[in-house]
Design a protein around this ligand. Structure first.
Ligand code: FAD
Ligand code: NAI
Length: 465
């Protein structure tokens, strides 16, 4: 340690970085974490996972009351929206959780270096004008919104916004156009639709949610339409003109054709995110990013420069908080000389709409390309708990290898799909067959029984359909 201030310096305090820092400190390494934001927790806690779920949860209550859903269950209410209060509870939640990371840093003796970090050399990083030397540096700088060429995002103006601006709107837009029918567009589009906006989603491809199972994508499209979202699939945006407090969005078919215009009070740009590497001075340490702007690493999360590691959204793989967190634990363990592993074949993904949409492993399309498969399906309509709760939409699909019966992928659309998918991920991590799931006793009445019945359908028949 003689020449170093720290064993480990982590750049970025998002779910990748703060978890890596805490685990490194737990393993006895002297650790610091540089963060340029005012608060810890990164995109996820400040402007991502947590505030979006705060708004999704609150708006779900509002819609259940406003749509008459609660009245149907004998709870008579006439709701009144207090958007300021809804926003205040979002901010309160964020404050609590980001403050919690500050507490964990103190508890684990992780030094928080406040400021933007940039490399001087592979073991020297400048933070707020001060040089810090570390034996190991972990790059965990995350990602930011991908801009749409020709479209200026102005969150303060509140007309053309990214996800951060869309979380903070001061009033419910009458009309909202969402550019990009991916995870952010559907989650935040759902929030404002539930609160009263007319939402139109413009998606370049012929289905929503690229990367998910084909049947799930189709069903998701049907459900969002049924909820009142207008979907313009196979459509591209060619221009956005801001006229004071509103905007005109020009769109045309992705394959070319006649243009049309859409009027909006708010336009949300959600066409993906790109890694944060600007200002890191990676050139000084000889790291070049790949064609997608990502830093490449090996399975241990080591870059090609000894002592420099990278994790989370800034490296290849799904841009998900839990993927970043697991990589944070693994990189710290690898630095400490232990064996840190992340199984990138089993990373669940969840869209927190209503119903939730979740998957883990291969899609049916990808599994078919690899060999013969068997698929079992079960509709939520036939699940007693979903039916009791008036949540009939969705299904579960279990995809297994035809020869070995090993589970290759599980997909769910269900009110609590995000919770259900954990058991599928665990089963796959343990190398389970569909029979293993089918013969596991599931508590009744639970939504998870639909996973058991879909697994039963792989080789035989479920009971309840
Ligand atoms: P980040 O969380 O992006 O953290 C990186 C941090 O590094 C930032 O705080 C940044 O300020 C800091 N930083 C960058 N450069 C420097 C520098 N040079 N010096 C110092 N600090 C620096 N994922 C889920 O799994 N579930 C969800 O429900 C979910 N919801 C989301 C909702 C929205 C609206 C958005 C935008 C994202 C959501 N995500 C969700 C994605 C999730 O937020 C990211 O995958 C996750 O935050 C990535 O973690 P990270 O640690 O790699 O980076
Ligand atoms: P995304 O990649 O999920 O979706 C972007 C969508 O925009 C795609 O459907 C794409 O085809 C479409 N698109 C791209 N260019 C377009 C154009 N010019 N016109 C119209 N459509 C266009 O990206 P999104 O929604 O911005 O989210 C970014 C990341 O954040 C995702 O990778 C996701 O992993 C993460 N995230 C995760 C959440 C979760 O886990 N629940 C919630 C929110 C974000």
């Amino acid at each position: 340690m003689a020449d170093f201030d720290y064993d480990v310096l982590v750049i970025g305090a998002g779910p990748g970085g703060y978890v890596a820092a805490i685990r490194a400190a737990q393993l006895g390494l002297k650790t610091a974490c540089a963060e340029s934001r005012e608060t810890l927790g990164g995109t996820c806690l400040n402007v991502g996972c947590i505030p979006s779920k705060a708004m999704l949860h609150a708006s779900e209550f509002y819609e259940a009351a406003a749509s008459g859903e609660m009245n149907k269950m004998g709870v008579k209410v006439q709701p009144e929206l207090d958007l300021d209060a809804m926003q205040a509870q979002r901010l309160e939640t964020v404050k609590g959780l980001t403050g919690g990371i500050e507490y964990l840093f103190k508890k684990n003796k992780v030094d928080w270096l406040k400021g933007r970090a940039s490399f001087v050399d592979a073991h020297t990083v400048e933070v707020a004008g001060k040089q810090v030397k570390a034996k190991n540096v972990v790059i965990a700088t995350g990602s930011s919104v991908t801009p749409l060429p020709g479209v200026t995002i102005d969150n303060d103006g509140g007309v053309v916004v990214d996800s951060t601006g869309a979380l903070e709107l001061a009033s419910v837009p009458k009309k909202m156009v969402v550019i990009g029918g991916g995870v952010i567009g559907l989650e935040l589009g759902s929030v404002w639709r539930r609160l009263g906006s007319e939402v139109t989603v413009v998606e370049f491809l012929d289905q929503l949610l690229p990367g998910m199972d084909g049947e799930v994508r189709k069903e998701a499209g049907k459900l969002f339409k049924k909820q009142g979202m207008a979907l313009k699939l196979s459509t591209k945006v060619t221009g956005v003109a801001v006229n004071g407090k509103s905007a005109t969005v020009t769109v045309e078919p992705s394959a070319g054709g006649a243009a049309e215009t859409l009027e909006a009070d708010v336009v949300l740009v959600s066409i993906g995110r790109r890694p944060n590497v600007d200002g890191l001075a990676l050139d000084k340490i000889g790291i070049a990013v790949n064609g997608r702007g990502q830093i490449e690493t090996d399975h241990d999360f080591a870059t090609k420069v000894p002592g420099v590691w990278a994790i989370g959204d800034v490296i290849p793989g799904p841009m998900l908080a839990h993927k970043a967190e697991d990589e944070g634990i693994a990189v710290a363990e690898n630095i400490a000389g232990l064996t840190g592993i992340v199984n990138h074949d089993v990373i669940p993904g969840v869209v927190y709409t209503f119903p939730e949409i979740a998957g883990v492993g291969l899609t049916e399309e990808a599994a078919k390309e690899k060999g013969a498969i068997k698929v079992g399906k079960f509709p939520m309509m036939a699940n007693s708990r979903a039916k009791t709760n008036h949540e009939p939409d969705g299904f579960v699909k279990v995809i297994a290898d035809a020869a070995t019966d090993k589970v290759l992928g599980v997909w769910c659309i269900a009110s609590v799909a995000g919770t259900m998918i954990a058991q599928a991920a665990q089963a796959m991590e343990f190398g389970a067959t569909s029979e293993d799931i089918a013969y596991t006793c599931h508590a009744h009445p639970t939504h998870s029984e639909a996973i058991k019945e879909a697994a039963m359908a792989v080789k035989g028949k479920p009971i309840h359909i």
